[in-house]
Design a protein around this ligand. Sequence first.
Ligand code: ADP
Length: 933
Amino acid sequence: MGNNNIPIIYSIKTDNGRLVSCSEIHLPQAEKPLGRIHAFFEDKQNNIWIITGSGLLVKPYNQKNIELVSLALGTITGITEDMRGIIWIGTQSKGLFQLNIPKNHDFSHVHPILYASEEVLTSNHLRAICADLKGHLWIGTKEGNIIRYDILSHTFTDLSKQFTFMNESIISMLIDDFGDLWISTNKRLIEYDPVNQAMRVYTTTDGVAVSSFRGNSYYKDSSGKLYFGGNKGISAFNPSVHLSGNPTPNKVWISDIKINNQSLLVSNNNKNKLHLNGQTLNLEPSDKNIEINFSTLNYTFASKIRYAYKLEGVDNDWIYTDKNRQFATYSQLRKGSHRFHVKATDENNLWSDQVTELLIYKRPAYYETNGAYLLYVSCFLLAMFLVFRWTRNRIKLKNELRIAQIEKDKSEELTQVKLRYFTNITHDFLTPLTIVSCLIDDAEITSRGGNPQFKAMRSHIERLRRLLQQVLDFRKIESNNMKLSLSHGDIVAFIKQTCFKQFIPLMEKKEIDFRFHAEPAQIHAYFDTDKLDKILYNLLSNAEKYTPPKGQVGIELTLGKTARKDHLVIKVTDTGMGIPSEKQPHIFTRFYNNDIAFSGESNGIGLSLTKELVELHHGRIFVSSAPGKGSTFTVIIPIGKDSCGERESYPLASSIPEEKKNEPLVFNHMPDPVPEQNVENGTTILVVEDNQELLSLIANLLSAHYQIITASNGVEALSIIQTHDIDIIISDVMMPEMDGFELCITLKKNIETSHIPIILLTAKSSTEDRVECYKVGADAYISKPFQLQVLEARIQNFLTNRKNKQKEFRAAAEINISRLEYQTIDEQFLVRVVQVIEKNISDTEFDINLLANSLHISKSALYRKLKMMTGLSPVEFIRNIRLKHACQLLKNEFISIAEVTYQVGFSSPRYFATCFKNEFNMTPTEYQKILAV
Ligand code: ADP
């Protein structure tokens, strides 16, 4: 070995006995150190390849120089030549290279080409390569893989599976003259016949001296003998006997079977399970872990024999073992028959044709028997059937419910339509009823009264009205529109009045003894007058209806006190026919009637409505009755202030404007006649009503005393009001185009018409309707059907009241606008008029023109409005205000009349005195004197 890492070769003795050179040969200079020489290889053309630590060199045949072929291959681990003369080089980390030998032995331009790497070889770490004469290249890797490359068909075949037992790196490979492949690993040498995969393994136990083989340390001499070098020298092999041949028959025996770790050979319990003759094994369901031991009973080559076994249905393929493992284990075998196969190799690794079979039968557990499966299937089918039936029933039920709901909705809709129709028709009944009532009035007036039939007619009209009202209430309760509206006062007096007014005549007619008793005689209560009236009416009319002549009817009022609330207990008793106890629970149901008697007069609404009304009033109603003896209906209602609860903030009667509180709002009773001379002639009344018959009837009757203008709806009325001076408007509520409420709102919003009093004619009579009328600004309302006298009296009252108030205002020495009792908008108007006049009081020139200008209103409108509100023309009104001021000034006894005259805007004291006298019936001087006294 020379310096600079350039080895010096002194001589090379080749295989064919040639000595290449005896002289010193220097390896060529290279860019990097070439390293130690690892191996020599002579190809068929007698070129000698030299492998150093990092380079590949060649000494071409018949040349003395050594040429560097490549430095790029890293560590070269193997070199060989195939039958075509191509050089193959295996490297430690770069894969497989190919190199073609140039014909002219000029290696200067020859470079190895990378032929295959990791992708096809599964490793770049090649350890050994060799070529056989059949066109195969054999490659061994560090990982122990053996790959065969078919040079002609260019296919790589990984044969590693056949050498799995080895599990060691390949160190070197050689092909002997029979074509067998010799592979050395660290500890063993394997002879392999590629034709039939027979193999034989040699280790120290077989007399091999070397126990650890070395790389590049192998050789085949010309006689075909093989040498492998290692730690203890060289082992030589003479492959005189070709490995190939037929496998030696090698039968495998089942040597033992262990069930749950207990051998069948020793355990008495399990002995019957194995029948060696028939090679069958019968297992119980509880036999879980099975171990089958097998052996060839060949102990000569025991270590070279391999086994393979397979259990049909469990193992997909043969499972290979070696001598270390001569058993197969199975746990949790399924029930039924299984066929177990086992076979073995001969000492040359050739699989014997004799396959030993064992039939294993495992009895099914009780839950795996056919009976059990039948039971499972039956249960499953039953469950499916039940689920199906349940689902079907549910769907059916759902559909039925849906249909029922649809039917209910439909019938509800139909009921609503019917009820709506019924309500509308009831409304329509009221107008003809009003006409009849008016006609009776008319007839009574013409016949100068006295005919008792009129009274009877009226009572029947009242009864008809009540019945119609019941229908309307019914609808109201249905639609949740019925609200409580409390008033306060003496409830005993109220009930007494209702009884006496409405029932005494009826009772007297039937000679019924009617008794009224109240304890205490006065009870202050909060209650809904309208609802209570209806409750009493129903109970008393039933009592009267179902009690025979000369019977007894009584009403008893007592005060019930509990810790939280005061209650009024109303008991209505009769000595009538009574109600059988089985029917009592039904009498409060809608449309129920006891079909024993009176069926013609009975409609079954009365008590159900009564119950609803009592409950609306937060009370209770119940009955106690004995057939033939009589009945007692007891109503208990709370009468405290908070009896309707906090949630229900219905308008109380007290929400009616203060000034209206004491005023009788409904005049269905005959008011005191008003002296005719009080009414000023020339009063114009506008009657607005869509029913032509009623319109002409009212117009006809009223035209005797008033000038009448008619309109059939609100729109028409509005246009009439613009061109006529109207003193009072009487209007129906329900009308086409514009109803009474809208008309009322429109008129009361307009300053030019806001002062005209409006009386609404409505079909509704409950308190909330009354409140509604006031809300829209009506001055009064009269419920249908009404008596004509009531209407007339109302008109007369209005006119007289207004006249009186106007007179009082005119004659008063002070200006008191509120005395005229107008609604806010009109009162404000008058206050503004007075303010304007007062501002200009000393101005003699101040007249209607200036006043109208200051108020931004037309002269005619000012005239009409002032005249109607005060009974004075604007000129008279200005004068009246001047004179009222004069009165105030005259309180000062030292002021002169002349001074007052000019201060209040009169041009001469004489004219002032005349006017003063006209207004106050005394001269200014007399007035001053009276004050002075
Ligand atoms: P109707 O309009 O038929 O009187 P109600 O609802 O007022 O309807 O009464 C229902 C039923 O209760 C009546 O048909 C009747 O049989 C029974 N009833 C009601 N009040 C009395 C009473 N004071 N005496 C006997 N039966 C009564």
